[in-house]
Design a protein around this ligand. Sequence first.
Ligand code: PMP
Length: 379
Amino acid sequence: MATSLLRVAPPEELLRPLAVPERLLLGPGPSNVPRRIQAAGGRQLLGHMHPEVLQVMDEIKAGIQYAFQTRNRLTLAISGTGHCAMEAALFNLLEQGDTVLVAINGIWGQRAAEIARRLGANVYELLKPPGKYFTLQDIEQGLVQHKPLVLFITHGESSSGVLQPLEGLGKLCHRHGCLLLVDAVASLGGAPIFMDQQEIDVLYSGSQKVLNAPPGSAPISFSERAREKLLRRKTKPPSFYLDMGLLANYWGCDGEPRSSRDLLCPLCPQGLESSWERHRANCTQLCQGLLDMGLQLFVEEEARLPTITTVKVPEGYNWKDITAFLMDNHDIEIAGGLGPTVGKVLRIGLMGCNSTSGNVERVLGALQDALKRCHRSRL
Ligand code: PMP
């Protein structure tokens, strides 16, 4: 008998069936995936050029156009997470030496600046403390001073819980010959955004937040102005996979079109406006409950992101004890801070089907329990 050439045995763990616990995901994402979307992901694959798939691609595009409120023809879903869409936007918009202004009031601006630097762009940062938002005056100063070709700003700053007002921003950018690039990964579907009316040039989001799908599908859209900038490029984008020119031709060849299509379905019968209203109402109920418990919110009321609420870590407690307690005793995930808010806040996400009054009561009850039972530090 021939001796086997294999020196690595098949792992025992992979021979056992997968076990997945039931958990309520009230962190900053991923959120829970409802049955309809789970079922869509479990369907049999079709060939990427089959007519049914081409039809599904058109339906996904129409769904994104509705969610973004845009008629842009360069609208598609990228196979990747929010970071991938962020890179797709920056890789395609910027060339070496292009000037970009990045509004930073949390980690997402920091990351965009980092990506743009790696591209060899000329990066200027416009800074605000985490928890604060940018006014039109702040932005105009930056535009006048640095004369950028692109402004990056985050609509829903999930590291701090801030909702950035966008009204008037597109017009302002265009008056200064600048394109407006907006990250709506943590806000799309939970807070109003109107790509065409607000003159946003590039907008992207992700699937595992309000859309309640698994991560790995990121809607993105480019305005005509942005498309013209892509056509005027002197060099090819540094990524082949994320080359918007190629994606525009080949789009849909991701092997997972059905789950992309179904994640946009819940927004349609329910309507965007009622989704925004539900997220706002449940966020208000949560904030009130937190205040009633004597806790302090991190962001002032006018700038609160309806999908992710940041609450200051109560004095004397270790945030890790609280998140671990909720997970171990209540099967609920909430998160600590991220980037500049690490150690300062707890983040509670109420996104898509997770944004319900019942879940607000559940997480408030669990937090109350945690505050009673987690030891205050002796520091
Ligand atoms: N931008 C924002 C505002 C986000 O909240 C996130 C995810 N937390 C991302 C980008 C990155 O998305 P992903 O984790 O899907 O790569």
